[in-house]
Write a protein that binds this ligand. Structure first.
Ligand code: NAG
Ligand code: NAG
Ligand code: NAG
Ligand code: NAG
Ligand code: NAG
Length: 291
Protein backbone atom coordinates (compact mmCIF):
# COMPACT_ATOMS: atom_id res chain seq x y z
CA UNK A 1 0.00 0.00 0.00
CA UNK A 2 2.80 2.31 0.92
CA UNK A 3 4.29 1.82 -2.52
CA UNK A 4 1.12 3.18 -4.05
CA UNK A 5 1.54 6.42 -2.16
CA UNK A 6 3.71 9.08 -3.70
CA UNK A 7 6.90 9.95 -1.85
CA UNK A 8 6.42 12.84 0.51
CA UNK A 9 8.89 15.41 1.64
CA UNK A 10 9.76 16.06 5.23
CA UNK A 11 7.91 19.36 5.18
CA UNK A 12 4.74 17.65 4.02
CA UNK A 13 5.02 15.13 6.82
CA UNK A 14 5.34 17.89 9.39
CA UNK A 15 2.30 19.54 7.89
CA UNK A 16 0.41 16.22 8.12
CA UNK A 17 1.31 15.93 11.75
CA UNK A 18 0.13 19.48 12.36
CA UNK A 19 -3.13 18.54 10.73
CA UNK A 20 -3.40 15.52 12.94
CA UNK A 21 -2.90 17.56 16.11
CA UNK A 22 -5.39 20.19 15.11
CA UNK A 23 -7.47 19.65 12.03
CA UNK A 24 -9.30 22.91 11.37
CA UNK A 25 -11.28 21.41 8.45
CA UNK A 26 -13.43 19.11 10.57
CA UNK A 27 -12.49 20.57 13.98
CA UNK A 28 -10.74 17.51 15.44
CA UNK A 29 -7.95 17.50 17.97
CA UNK A 30 -5.63 14.48 17.76
CA UNK A 31 -8.14 12.83 15.47
CA UNK A 32 -11.14 13.36 17.73
CA UNK A 33 -13.59 16.15 18.27
CA UNK A 34 -13.38 17.96 21.65
CA UNK A 35 -16.77 16.49 22.46
CA UNK A 36 -15.37 12.96 22.03
CA UNK A 37 -12.38 13.87 24.19
CA UNK A 38 -14.73 14.91 26.97
CA UNK A 39 -16.49 11.54 26.74
CA UNK A 40 -13.20 9.66 26.80
CA UNK A 41 -12.02 11.62 29.84
CA UNK A 42 -15.29 10.97 31.62
CA UNK A 43 -14.97 7.29 30.80
CA UNK A 44 -11.50 7.12 32.37
CA UNK A 45 -12.52 9.11 35.43
CA UNK A 46 -15.40 6.68 35.97
CA UNK A 47 -13.10 3.72 35.34
CA UNK A 48 -10.58 4.82 37.98
CA UNK A 49 -13.29 5.70 40.48
CA UNK A 50 -14.69 2.18 40.15
CA UNK A 51 -11.21 0.62 40.43
CA UNK A 52 -10.40 2.66 43.54
CA UNK A 53 -13.72 1.71 45.09
CA UNK A 54 -13.12 -2.00 44.40
CA UNK A 55 -9.62 -1.83 45.84
CA UNK A 56 -10.82 0.01 48.96
CA UNK A 57 -13.62 -2.50 49.41
CA UNK A 58 -11.15 -5.39 49.21
CA UNK A 59 -8.87 -3.78 51.83
CA UNK A 60 -11.84 -2.98 54.04
CA UNK A 61 -13.12 -6.56 53.91
CA UNK A 62 -9.61 -7.86 54.66
CA UNK A 63 -9.19 -5.54 57.64
CA UNK A 64 -12.51 -6.61 59.05
CA UNK A 65 -11.79 -10.30 58.83
CA UNK A 66 -8.37 -9.93 60.46
CA UNK A 67 -8.25 -9.78 64.21
CA UNK A 68 -5.59 -7.41 65.51
CA UNK A 69 -5.33 -9.60 68.60
CA UNK A 70 -4.23 -12.87 67.09
CA UNK A 71 -1.61 -13.64 64.50
CA UNK A 72 -3.15 -15.28 61.43
CA UNK A 73 -0.47 -17.86 60.99
CA UNK A 74 0.62 -19.97 63.91
CA UNK A 75 1.24 -23.29 62.27
CA UNK A 76 4.63 -23.81 63.88
CA UNK A 77 3.79 -24.35 67.51
CA UNK A 78 1.25 -26.97 68.43
CA UNK A 79 2.61 -27.88 71.82
CA UNK A 80 4.49 -25.47 74.08
CA UNK A 81 8.18 -25.51 74.88
CA UNK A 82 9.48 -25.57 78.44
CA UNK A 83 12.32 -23.56 79.94
CA UNK A 84 14.28 -23.58 83.17
CA UNK A 85 15.76 -20.74 85.23
CA UNK A 86 18.53 -19.87 86.13
CA UNK A 87 19.13 -19.93 82.38
CA UNK A 88 22.87 -20.49 82.29
CA UNK A 89 22.69 -22.11 78.88
CA UNK A 90 26.14 -23.08 77.71
CA UNK A 91 26.11 -25.16 74.55
CA UNK A 92 24.14 -28.36 74.07
CA UNK A 93 23.14 -29.20 77.61
CA UNK A 94 21.85 -26.82 80.23
CA UNK A 95 24.33 -26.70 83.09
CA UNK A 96 23.28 -25.17 86.35
CA UNK A 97 26.58 -25.34 88.16
CA UNK A 98 27.48 -23.22 91.18
CA UNK A 99 30.02 -23.18 93.96
CA UNK A 100 28.49 -23.02 97.44
CA UNK A 101 31.68 -21.64 98.96
CA UNK A 102 32.15 -18.93 96.35
CA UNK A 103 29.69 -16.15 97.01
CA UNK A 104 30.08 -14.57 93.55
CA UNK A 105 29.21 -17.91 91.97
CA UNK A 106 25.98 -18.56 93.85
CA UNK A 107 25.00 -14.88 93.86
CA UNK A 108 25.04 -15.04 90.09
CA UNK A 109 22.35 -17.75 90.23
CA UNK A 110 20.17 -15.98 92.76
CA UNK A 111 20.50 -12.69 90.86
CA UNK A 112 19.26 -14.37 87.68
CA UNK A 113 16.22 -15.62 89.57
CA UNK A 114 15.56 -12.24 91.20
CA UNK A 115 15.66 -10.56 87.79
CA UNK A 116 13.44 -13.24 86.28
CA UNK A 117 10.85 -12.83 89.02
CA UNK A 118 10.65 -9.03 88.75
CA UNK A 119 7.35 -9.06 86.82
CA UNK A 120 5.89 -11.28 89.55
CA UNK A 121 6.48 -8.66 92.24
CA UNK A 122 3.47 -8.64 94.64
CA UNK A 123 2.83 -4.91 94.41
CA UNK A 124 3.06 -4.92 90.66
CA UNK A 125 0.80 -7.94 90.19
CA UNK A 126 -1.92 -6.60 92.46
CA UNK A 127 -1.77 -3.23 90.74
CA UNK A 128 -2.01 -4.61 87.20
CA UNK A 129 -3.91 -7.86 87.69
CA UNK A 130 -6.53 -7.22 90.34
CA UNK A 131 -9.22 -9.38 88.82
CA UNK A 132 -10.52 -12.09 91.14
CA UNK A 133 -9.96 -15.18 89.03
CA UNK A 134 -11.78 -18.40 89.77
CA UNK A 135 -9.17 -21.06 90.38
CA UNK A 136 -9.48 -24.47 88.79
CA UNK A 137 -11.21 -23.53 85.56
CA UNK A 138 -10.35 -21.96 82.24
CA UNK A 139 -10.72 -18.20 82.15
CA UNK A 140 -12.61 -17.91 78.87
CA UNK A 141 -13.21 -14.28 77.95
CA UNK A 142 -15.38 -13.42 75.00
CA UNK A 143 -15.42 -9.68 75.66
CA UNK A 144 -12.80 -7.03 76.34
CA UNK A 145 -14.05 -5.96 79.75
CA UNK A 146 -10.73 -4.98 81.36
CA UNK A 147 -9.56 -1.33 81.22
CA UNK A 148 -8.39 0.06 77.86
CA UNK A 149 -10.40 -2.52 75.88
CA UNK A 150 -8.29 -5.50 76.95
CA UNK A 151 -8.91 -8.81 78.66
CA UNK A 152 -8.17 -9.66 82.29
CA UNK A 153 -5.07 -11.58 83.32
CA UNK A 154 -4.84 -13.56 86.51
CA UNK A 155 -2.19 -12.49 89.00
CA UNK A 156 0.74 -14.75 89.67
CA UNK A 157 2.88 -13.49 92.48
CA UNK A 158 6.34 -14.36 93.64
CA UNK A 159 5.02 -15.51 97.03
CA UNK A 160 3.11 -18.34 95.33
CA UNK A 161 6.52 -19.97 94.92
CA UNK A 162 6.75 -20.42 98.69
CA UNK A 163 10.23 -21.38 99.84
CA UNK A 164 11.48 -20.68 96.31
CA UNK A 165 10.00 -17.19 96.13
CA UNK A 166 13.25 -15.51 97.10
CA UNK A 167 11.34 -13.53 99.73
CA UNK A 168 12.39 -15.42 102.87
CA UNK A 169 15.54 -16.89 101.36
CA UNK A 170 17.03 -14.37 98.91
CA UNK A 171 19.69 -16.88 97.91
CA UNK A 172 17.05 -19.34 96.55
CA UNK A 173 19.06 -22.04 98.30
CA UNK A 174 22.18 -21.46 96.20
CA UNK A 175 24.19 -20.63 99.33
CA UNK A 176 23.83 -24.31 100.15
CA UNK A 177 22.77 -27.59 98.63
CA UNK A 178 19.04 -26.96 98.33
CA UNK A 179 18.83 -24.92 95.12
CA UNK A 180 15.55 -23.85 93.51
CA UNK A 181 14.90 -23.89 89.80
CA UNK A 182 11.92 -22.28 88.11
CA UNK A 183 10.03 -23.91 85.25
CA UNK A 184 8.13 -21.86 82.72
CA UNK A 185 6.02 -23.07 79.85
CA UNK A 186 5.93 -20.93 76.70
CA UNK A 187 2.73 -19.20 75.72
CA UNK A 188 0.64 -20.31 72.81
CA UNK A 189 -2.32 -18.17 71.90
CA UNK A 190 -5.68 -19.87 72.55
CA UNK A 191 -3.96 -23.03 73.77
CA UNK A 192 -5.87 -25.12 76.29
CA UNK A 193 -3.45 -27.55 77.93
CA UNK A 194 -5.99 -30.11 79.07
CA UNK A 195 -9.26 -31.57 77.89
CA UNK A 196 -10.16 -32.48 81.45
CA UNK A 197 -11.06 -29.60 83.69
CA UNK A 198 -10.22 -31.63 86.79
CA UNK A 199 -6.70 -32.38 85.50
CA UNK A 200 -4.67 -29.18 85.21
CA UNK A 201 -1.13 -29.44 83.84
CA UNK A 202 1.56 -30.06 86.45
CA UNK A 203 5.33 -30.29 86.48
CA UNK A 204 6.93 -33.65 87.17
CA UNK A 205 10.69 -33.82 87.54
CA UNK A 206 12.53 -37.08 87.28
CA UNK A 207 16.19 -37.84 87.94
CA UNK A 208 17.73 -39.29 84.80
CA UNK A 209 21.18 -39.72 86.27
CA UNK A 210 22.38 -39.48 89.87
CA UNK A 211 19.25 -40.76 91.59
CA UNK A 212 21.12 -41.28 94.87
CA UNK A 213 22.26 -37.64 94.91
CA UNK A 214 18.80 -36.12 95.23
CA UNK A 215 17.23 -36.68 98.62
CA UNK A 216 13.98 -34.88 97.88
CA UNK A 217 12.13 -32.52 95.58
CA UNK A 218 9.59 -29.95 96.73
CA UNK A 219 7.18 -28.33 94.31
CA UNK A 220 5.78 -24.80 94.56
CA UNK A 221 2.88 -24.12 94.19
CA UNK A 222 1.69 -27.36 95.72
CA UNK A 223 2.02 -30.44 93.46
CA UNK A 224 3.61 -28.29 90.75
CA UNK A 225 0.22 -27.40 89.30
CA UNK A 226 -0.27 -24.66 86.71
CA UNK A 227 -3.76 -23.46 87.42
CA UNK A 228 -6.24 -23.51 84.55
CA UNK A 229 -7.27 -19.90 85.16
CA UNK A 230 -4.03 -18.82 83.40
CA UNK A 231 -5.32 -20.35 80.18
CA UNK A 232 -6.08 -19.57 77.47
CA UNK A 233 -3.68 -16.77 76.63
CA UNK A 234 -5.20 -14.26 74.22
CA UNK A 235 -2.08 -12.51 72.93
CA UNK A 236 0.00 -9.50 73.80
CA UNK A 237 -2.47 -6.86 72.62
CA UNK A 238 -5.50 -8.47 74.23
CA UNK A 239 -3.78 -9.31 77.51
CA UNK A 240 -0.89 -6.85 77.99
CA UNK A 241 -0.41 -7.69 81.67
CA UNK A 242 -0.41 -11.49 81.28
CA UNK A 243 2.28 -13.41 83.16
CA UNK A 244 3.01 -17.09 82.71
CA UNK A 245 2.23 -19.31 85.66
CA UNK A 246 5.43 -20.76 87.13
CA UNK A 247 6.46 -23.83 89.05
CA UNK A 248 9.53 -23.87 91.26
CA UNK A 249 11.25 -27.01 92.44
CA UNK A 250 13.66 -27.19 95.36
CA UNK A 251 16.16 -30.02 95.07
CA UNK A 252 17.89 -31.31 98.17
CA UNK A 253 21.29 -32.44 96.92
CA UNK A 254 23.29 -34.99 98.90
CA UNK A 255 26.39 -37.14 98.41
CA UNK A 256 28.01 -36.13 95.11
CA UNK A 257 25.57 -33.23 94.82
CA UNK A 258 24.96 -33.49 91.12
CA UNK A 259 22.19 -34.90 88.97
CA UNK A 260 20.78 -34.92 85.48
CA UNK A 261 17.16 -33.90 85.77
CA UNK A 262 14.19 -33.86 83.42
CA UNK A 263 11.24 -31.67 84.23
CA UNK A 264 8.16 -32.29 82.19
CA UNK A 265 4.85 -30.45 82.06
CA UNK A 266 2.34 -33.28 82.20
CA UNK A 267 -1.00 -32.86 80.47
CA UNK A 268 -2.99 -34.69 77.83
CA UNK A 269 -2.53 -31.92 75.26
CA UNK A 270 1.20 -31.38 75.82
CA UNK A 271 3.54 -33.62 73.89
CA UNK A 272 7.13 -34.16 74.96
CA UNK A 273 8.65 -36.69 72.58
CA UNK A 274 9.38 -34.46 69.60
CA UNK A 275 12.71 -35.56 68.18
CA UNK A 276 13.13 -32.23 66.38
CA UNK A 277 12.35 -30.09 69.39
CA UNK A 278 13.93 -31.42 72.60
CA UNK A 279 12.36 -28.55 74.57
CA UNK A 280 8.81 -29.44 73.63
CA UNK A 281 6.93 -30.24 76.81
CA UNK A 282 10.07 -30.80 78.85
CA UNK A 283 13.50 -29.53 79.75
CA UNK A 284 16.60 -31.50 80.71
CA UNK A 285 19.42 -29.96 82.74
CA UNK A 286 22.42 -30.83 84.86
CA UNK A 287 22.37 -29.49 88.37
CA UNK A 288 25.68 -29.43 90.16
CA UNK A 289 26.78 -27.91 93.47
CA UNK A 290 30.53 -27.54 93.91
CA UNK A 291 32.33 -26.87 97.16
C1 NAG B 1 34.75 -23.10 95.10
O1 NAG B 1 35.09 -21.83 95.62
C2 NAG B 1 36.15 -21.88 96.60
C3 NAG B 1 36.31 -20.49 97.17
O2 NAG B 1 36.40 -19.52 96.15
C4 NAG B 1 37.39 -22.39 95.90
O3 NAG B 1 38.45 -22.50 96.86
C5 NAG B 1 37.15 -23.77 95.31
O4 NAG B 1 38.27 -24.23 94.58
C6 NAG B 1 35.93 -23.71 94.39
N1 NAG B 1 35.60 -25.07 93.96
C7 NAG B 1 35.63 -25.44 92.67
C8 NAG B 1 35.33 -26.88 92.42
O5 NAG B 1 35.87 -24.67 91.76
C1 NAG C 1 8.11 -4.94 94.57
O1 NAG C 1 7.97 -3.64 94.08
C2 NAG C 1 7.83 -2.66 95.11
C3 NAG C 1 7.55 -1.33 94.47
O2 NAG C 1 8.10 -1.22 93.22
C4 NAG C 1 9.11 -2.66 95.95
O3 NAG C 1 9.01 -1.70 96.98
C5 NAG C 1 9.34 -4.03 96.53
O4 NAG C 1 10.56 -4.08 97.23
C6 NAG C 1 9.33 -5.09 95.46
N1 NAG C 1 9.36 -6.40 96.08
C7 NAG C 1 10.29 -7.30 95.82
C8 NAG C 1 10.16 -8.58 96.54
O5 NAG C 1 11.19 -7.10 95.02
C1 NAG D 1 -11.47 -8.91 94.39
O1 NAG D 1 -11.70 -9.25 95.74
C2 NAG D 1 -11.23 -8.29 96.67
C3 NAG D 1 -11.43 -8.81 98.08
O2 NAG D 1 -12.24 -9.93 98.08
C4 NAG D 1 -11.94 -6.98 96.45
O3 NAG D 1 -11.44 -5.99 97.33
C5 NAG D 1 -11.72 -6.52 95.02
O4 NAG D 1 -12.44 -5.36 94.74
C6 NAG D 1 -12.15 -7.61 94.04
N1 NAG D 1 -11.76 -7.19 92.70
C7 NAG D 1 -12.57 -7.26 91.65
C8 NAG D 1 -12.03 -6.78 90.36
O5 NAG D 1 -13.68 -7.73 91.72
C1 NAG E 1 21.38 -19.48 103.13
O1 NAG E 1 20.71 -18.25 103.37
C2 NAG E 1 19.52 -18.37 104.12
C3 NAG E 1 18.85 -17.03 104.18
O2 NAG E 1 19.76 -15.99 104.17
C4 NAG E 1 19.84 -18.90 105.51
O3 NAG E 1 18.65 -19.05 106.25
C5 NAG E 1 20.51 -20.24 105.35
O4 NAG E 1 20.92 -20.73 106.61
C6 NAG E 1 21.72 -20.16 104.44
N1 NAG E 1 22.20 -21.49 104.18
C7 NAG E 1 23.47 -21.82 104.26
C8 NAG E 1 23.81 -23.23 103.98
O5 NAG E 1 24.31 -21.00 104.55
C1 NAG F 1 6.53 -38.51 87.19
O1 NAG F 1 7.24 -39.19 86.17
C2 NAG F 1 7.73 -40.44 86.56
C3 NAG F 1 8.54 -41.00 85.41
O2 NAG F 1 7.90 -40.84 84.21
C4 NAG F 1 6.57 -41.36 86.94
O3 NAG F 1 7.07 -42.61 87.37
C5 NAG F 1 5.77 -40.71 88.06
O4 NAG F 1 4.66 -41.48 88.36
C6 NAG F 1 5.34 -39.32 87.66
N1 NAG F 1 4.70 -38.68 88.77
C7 NAG F 1 3.55 -38.09 88.66
C8 NAG F 1 3.00 -37.45 89.89
O5 NAG F 1 2.95 -38.05 87.59
Amino acid sequence: MATLKEKRTCGQRCEDFGHFVWNSDNGTFMGRTPEKWVYISLYYVAFYVVMTALFSLAIWVLMHTLSPYTPDYQDRLQSPGVMVWPDTYGGEVIEITYNTSDKASWMKMSNILHAFLKPYNETKQFECNFYNCTKGKYFIQKTFSAPHHTKWSCPFTQSMLGECSGLEDPSFGYNGTRPCVVIKMNRIIHFLPSDHVDLPPYVNCTILDGQENVARMDYFPNSGVMDLSYFPYYGKLAQPSYVNPLVAIRFSLVREKQAKIQCRVVSDKISYENYYDPYEGKVIFNLKALK
